[in-house]
Design a protein around this ligand. Structure first.
Ligand SMILES: [Zn+2]
Length: 232
């Protein structure tokens, strides 16, 4: 547990503390308090539904997986981004039958990070890869254009915070969703960009490599071989 002074911020306060260089201090749903040097919007603030169930994630994780939402489209203010988070959560819970929004975090084109499942809960964002990764969704369709600089910077800062807080291994590998699943996610433009980010790993190259990824537990490799069911 990481302890900082408990300061709970109201929504009205968030824009004030989000000024560059000033730490944004938020209390997460599990009552742990983290500090971030970028705007951070809690589940409570975007009015998340209660998860049906949660499973702990074994941390620190060795991988970070980058996604785009494709739909919803990019959002440029807190109100729209909160709506996008609710839309994704409804889609994941109601259409897919998952326990909660699949991602650990969303990041908006407003430059804010939005809490999804958070650091300590198993995600549902990359089939067969969830037990070894944190999944971050850059909200928007990034096939043809890049997310704004602030959105990319906040994503990098969120990953750095995850390392600092002990939830991501310092020698983590950064990959795009398409490297572990047959999907165009996170879009060509964003995928080409993350190839230049710190810690980008060209391996695994595709989901065909998954059985050879040493960090994936044997129980999950059994699932990949077609035995058993996949947790959502
Ligand atoms: Zn994805």
């Amino acid at each position: 547990m990481i302890m900082f002074p408990v300061i709970v911020l109201s929504c009205a306060f968030a824009s004030v503390v989000a000024m560059p260089g000033i730490y944004n201090i938020v209390e997460s749903v599990d009552n742990e308090v983290h500090t971030y040097n970028f705007p951070f919007v809690t589940r409570e603030e975007w009015q998340a539904r209660t998860p049906r169930k949660t499973t702990p994630l074994n941390t620190p994780v060795p991988f970070v997986v980058i996604h785009h939402s494709y739909i919803p489209a990019a959002c440029y203010d807190k109100e729209k981004c909160c709506g996008a988070m609710r839309h994704m959560q409804d889609y994941h819970m109601d259409d897919h039958g998952w326990w909660d929004i699949g991602y650990h975090f969303g990041v908006g084109s407003d430059g804010a990070a939005y809490e999804g499942r958070g650091w300590e809960t198993l995600g549902a964002h990359s089939l067969h890869f969830n037990s070894v990764s944190i999944g971050i969704c850059l909200i928007g369709d990034w096939r043809f254009e890049l997310p704004p600089v602030e959105q990319r910077k906040t994503t990098m800062a969120l990953i750095a915070a995850g390392v600092e807080l002990g939830f991501i291994k310092p020698d983590y590998k950064l990959i795009g969703h398409r490297q572990v699943r047959a999907t165009e996610c996170p879009g060509d433009a964003l995928f080409n960009d993350i190839k230049t980010w710190d810690h980008f790993s060209p391996y695994p190259h595709s989901h065909h490599d998954l059985l050879d990824v040493e960090e994936i537990p044997d129980s999950v490799k059994e699932l990949i071989r077609g035995n058993g069911t996949v947790p959502v």
